[in-house]
Design a protein around this ligand. Sequence first.
Ligand code: AGP
Length: 614
Amino acid sequence: MCGIVGYVGRNPAAPILIDSLKKLEYRGYDSAGITVLNSSLTTYKNAGMIADLESILPGEIKGNIGIGHTRWATHGQPNTTNAHPHLSGDIAVVHNGIIENYLELKEKLIQAGYDFKSETDTEVIVHLLHWHLYGEVSSESKKCDILTAFRMTLKELEGSYAIAAVCRNEPGLLVVARKDSPLVLGLGNGEIFAASDVTAFLKHTKSVMFVDDMEIALVRNEGAEFFGIDGTPITKHSTTIEWDIEAAEKAGYQHYMLKEIHEQATSVHDTFSGKVSEMEGSVNLDELNLSNEQIQHLTRIEIIACGTSWNAGLLGKYLFEQLAGIHTDVDTGSEFRYGYPVMCGEVLTIAITQSGETADTLAAVRGAKSYGCRAMAITNVVGSTITRETDSVLYTRAGPEIGVAATKTFTAQMITLYLLALRFGRARGGVNVDDAKNLIIALKRIPGQIQMILNKKDLIQECALQFADSNDYFFIGRHLNYPVALEGALKLKEISYIHAEGYAAGELKHGPLALINDGTPIVAIATKGHTYDKMLSNIKEVKARGAVVIAVADEDDTEIEKYADVVLRIPPSHELLSPILSSVVLQLLAYYTALARGCPVDKPRNLAKSVTVE
Ligand code: AGP
């Protein structure tokens, strides 16, 4: 999705803005632009990549303050005219989000004499701001101060926004505001950065201030003043980001995705570290603020998530039901928010979102809260919007994930769900202390077992090459391996562009078998467990129809070789935990397939890392 950046300080703004925009490239975009404020508003914008924008920049652009933008087209083509910044008189604006009432505002502004150049919703913001500041299209004398004009503008906007603006009449001032789109300030020494996320300025500072919904900040190089939309001053404190810049760089890997797959031994370990006691068979999740009694009284869990996070949520459902005996539903944010859910009893809503900014998930959680539910979040991003909308937060400690395809955040989400289900299971008597100890022992082996899979990744690459030209792929699994199958298919389709479907293996004969042809690759997750024999039957079923079966199976399983054409092995583990290991195999399979097909692995077409619009 769009990324916005801003800078005010003592250094030339243009190179800093460009560098910050490059750090946000992973969010997905199709055009880019910057405005530097000097004696005028020096603006460059272009369709295409940031490199295309750089190619039209002069050697030097004077000015120590400016704004920049990467646009992911929603209203209007991805062309130069629609690229941000948008200008009105002496004001320039960049915007991330969607202004829902822009047509109505546009009409009003056209009546007032404003000339619209683009098809974007954003252009209404800059003209509206101009109108509130100057009162008419051609005036240059202010009617009010910029804060008042900004407040009046925001009051008229419906939808979501993170906005940054500079005005020639306000030298040295960067104005930012947000509602439902991420925005954070980075506090440097005599300089301040603004961005959609911290990776944009992490190399300059780790000290940050999060802009909250319906807040405006007046930012100068010596500091930022915060105000509510009603003009009330707000006191803000800074926080320090734990990630360092190395964590957000490629570190010698060809792609972020490959690096992030390799980081999973560490990220999985970091996510459970300090939270489990093998001696006591206990899980410590104090940050939940839920007593044993409150956990015992829960009647239902409602999981809300999108995409990969939804797949983790489905695994969560099986775990909560099996370990804690709590009925659990899993809904996508986009469906839940427009449904009529029955939320009676003690319902705990769990929002799973690595970015913490997914618009549909946020809206669904707000909906759930309006029914009086307690809401908690599982997220990877400290200070993200979801953390401010929920009653408690469990952080996955995966570190920054830049590749659009979620990998290490997915396994960290799964680990967090294990911890939660085990904690609930202990509190509700669904898991006895010995079973808990055994699960924790098995959990602690997972990082080493992930490393074993990574050490043999060449075998997975060989398999990927063998089937890289396929047009269709199917992934099948049962029970805990069903979400693994869904995620395997999602990963493959998003980065390799191969049509891939994930199915509950028992559903094959209810339709999809009609699609199985000679040579259709079917990935069967057939790890040892209570559905193993059923999986063997499904494998025989598809083999009989000409499919080529790639099985993901335990290292010590000799039976599987009789039926599968290729076997990708995982170290034997507890049945409940094997989905984590199988997922790493499928991530590598997708990665190497996309690599073989020459796809842009980290930035797949049409997709964005953080889906901040509906
Ligand atoms: C994952 O590979 C996808 N890029 C996508 O499905 C993603 O999981 C989804 O957009 C949800 O994002 P979130 O976890 O940040 O809410």
